[in-house]
Design a protein around this ligand. Sequence first.
Ligand code: ATP
Length: 355
Amino acid sequence: MGVPLASESRLASLRGRRPTLATLCSHSSLQIFHGARSEGYSTLGLCVGAPPRFYDAFPLARPDRFLSVPSVKELPGVAERLRAEGAVIVPHGSFVEYVGAQTFAEIDVPVFGNRAVLAWESDRRKERDWLELAGVSMPKRYEDASEVDGPVIVKYYGAKGGKGFYLAKNREALEDFHPTGPYVIQEYVLGTRYYMHFFYSPLSDRGYRVGHGSLELLGMDRRDEANIDELYKLGAQEELLRAGIRPTFVVTGNVPVVLRESLLPQAFDVAARIVERSIDLFGGMVGPFCVEGIMTEELDFKVFEISTRIVAGTNLFISGSPYSDLVAPGLSTGRRIAQEIRRGESEGRLNEILS
Ligand code: ATP
């Protein structure tokens, strides 16, 4: 038996009825709706203004109904309507970013996953503490610019959609950095980036056992990041700056990747440690999460970020991936979420996967 996350009162709106799976019409919503429909759930699209027309082009992923609000900030105000619909909110990256982690954590509607994770993920320092306690390899952090002994990336607190990073080749180059808010200085790791899509099920009792449940690997991608990539990010910086171009990491797309098979044990070990520590710290991370890191030439995977919900890179694999096909043919992360909810319902364990 896992950790209860949701109180009786939180789940009262679901008593005696099948949930409707709801998400914000953006990011990975096509996949989430498609997965929910494939598992027999009704679906609700939350949208700002008129329902987006592109759903008409994708009949297998169009939500059954839409609920429109004038602005995304007003979503908490429709909580009563959502409860009346028997909604379970499936969070995705944009959903939490647009609504704000704090507001999202307070929405009075059942949410898939453990909303306690938001406090740990949305604060760079807390996230680092979590990863350090998990014992995973990470880019070195410099407490002060005077300690810098190599290339660095400076990050402001709070994600800014890939903007607001500062790269410096060395300590001297860092002198040109004039901060406009709280920031951290991190070792700039040279290597290959991998964004690994895991799923932790506290309900499962087979497979790769971790905590009370099991861990699945459903896919892997690399992000296309404007406006420069890989080594050039560092090498071309000065020339680009002279031309008035400041490098950003704005994500423009995703490409599928696979890891050398001999590195899979390391990937699972890193993900398992992160899950295990999350159980000790805040009752556990549930469902999809993404371990984002850089594999160095020494084959040391350095984790720079963890996203604790479905990431847009999973959209590559709506009809399966080289990994998820070995769990169940054609399985997407969106569908896996719906399967977990179905299992929670049938075993009377929704309180372990919703919060
Ligand atoms: P998001 O929330 O959108 O994932 P973020 O603002 O939290 O973004 P990060 O994910 O930490 O930012 O980093 C953004 C990008 O910067 C990464 O995708 C990667 O390309 C690059 N990056 C981050 N940390 C490092 C590092 N230590 N060394 C080299 N590159 C890095």
